[in-house]
Design a protein around this ligand. Structure first.
Ligand SMILES: NC(=O)c1ccc[n+]([C@@H]2O[C@H](COP(=O)([O-])OP(=O)(O)OC[C@H]3O[C@@H](n4cnc5c(N)ncnc54)[C@H](O)[C@@H]3O)[C@@H](O)[C@H]2O)c1
Length: 242
C-alpha cells in the first residue's frame, strides 16, 4: 500500500483530504499541531514552522507506513493584519507556517520521491495568490510565494518522476472563515449580498472541505499522469467575475 502525508489533518480541508486519501487506499500519516483523531489515519505531531524536524518525521512515516508517494501540504493559518498594523512577529509567523514549512517539507519528501522515480505533491494555496483584500498582506504573500515555489519544484522534479501542483480554494466552510470576534464571514450580510444575491460567486455558496479534497486527491492519484507545475482553482467561479 502506498503511503501519503497530509499536513493540517486535524481540521477542515486537511482532515477531509486525509479521509479521502485513506478511502482511496493510501496509508495516511496526518500531521498537525493539534491531535489528529481520524480512523485509519496515523496522527503525528508536527509544527510546520519547525523546519529542522521534517527529516526525522518523514523518516519515521516511511519506516512505519512505507515509501511516501503523495504529499498534501494543507496546514495553514491566516494572520489578518493591515499594512498599518503589520507586526514583524505576525508577518514572520504567517510566512513560517504557510510558506517556509510547505517548501521545506516538500523538499524533504520530494527528494526521496525523486530518488525512487515516482511521487506527487500538492501545495494548498488560495485565490489570495492572485486576488486580494485588506488585512491579508502576509497571507497573500505566503500563498503567491508558495505558488511560485510549486512551479520551480515541478520543473526540477519532473524529469525524476515527481508531479507538483497547487490547489487554490476560494471560500470554504472551515473554521478559517471565523474571525477573532467569532463572526463567520460566510454568515454575514455582506457575504449574502455581494456573493449570493449580487452573484459575485457564481455557485452562490462556499465549498465544503470534501469538494476541495476531491481535486487534491485527483492530482495525487495515479490517474494524474500529465498535470504538473500548475495551479488549479477550486473557487465556485469566484475569480471568473469582476
Ligand atoms: N477556508 C478557506 O476559505 C480557505 C480558502 C483558501 C485557502 N485555504 C487554505 O486551506 C488550508 C487549510 O485551511 P482550512 O480552511 O482547512 O483551515 P483550518 O483552520 O480548519 O485547518 C488548518 C489546520 O492547520 C493546522 N495548523 C495550523 N498551524 C499549524 C502549524 N504550525 N503546524 C502544523 N499544523 C498547523 C491547524 O491545527 C488546522 O488543523 C490553509 O492552507 C488555508 O490557507 C482555506
Amino acid at each position: 500500500m502506498p503511503s501519503a502525508i497530509v499536513t493540517g489533518a486535524a481540521n477542515g480541508i486537511g482532515r477531509a483530504t486525509a479521509e479521502r486519501l485513506a478511502a482511496d487506499g493510501f496509508a495516511v500519516a496526518g500531521l498537525d499541531i493539534e491531535p489528529v483523531e481520524l480512523p485509519g489515519v496515523r496522527g503525528m505531531h508536527c509544527d510546520m514552522s519547525e523546519l529542522e524536524s521534517f527529516a526525522a518525521i518523514v523518516e519515521s512515516v516511511e519506516r512505519e507506513l512505507g515509501p511516501v508517494e503523495a504529499l498534501a501540504n494543507v496546514a495553514g493559518i491566516a494572520v489578518n493584519e493591515t499594512l498599518a498594523d503589520l507586526t514583524i512577529a505576525g508577518y514572520r509567523r504567517q510566512l513560517a507556517v504557510s510558506l517556509d514549512g510547505p517548501i521545506f517539507l516538500a523538499r524533504a519528501v520530494g527528494l526521496r520521491m525523486a530518488a525512487r522515480g515516482r511521487g506527487r505533491i500538492v501545495n494548498v494555496t488560495s485565490v489570495h495568490a492572485h486576488h486580494s483584500e485588506a488585512a491579508a498582506l502576509a497571507y497573500g504573500a505566503s500563498k503567491a510565494g508558495l505558488e511560485a515555489a510549486t512551479r520551480v519544484m515541478a520543473i526540477e522534479l519532473g524529469p525524476r518522476g515527481v508531479l507538483v501542483n497547487d490547489v487554490a480554494p476560494g471560500f470554504t466552510n472551515t473554521r478559517m472563515s471565523i474571525s477573532e470576534d467569532g463572526t463567520n464571514e460566510l454568515d454575514t450580510e455582506w457575504f449574502a449580498d455581494v456573493y449570493q444575491r449580487y452573484g459575485k460567486l457564481p455557485l452562490r455558496r462556499a465549498a465544503e472541505p470534501p469538494e476541495i479534497a476531491a481535486t487534491i486527491a485527483y492530482l495525487l492519484s495515479p490517474a494524474n499522469t500529465y498535470v504538473t507545475g500548475t495551479s488549479v482553482l477550486v473557487d465556485g467561479g469566484l475569480t471568473a467575475t469582476f
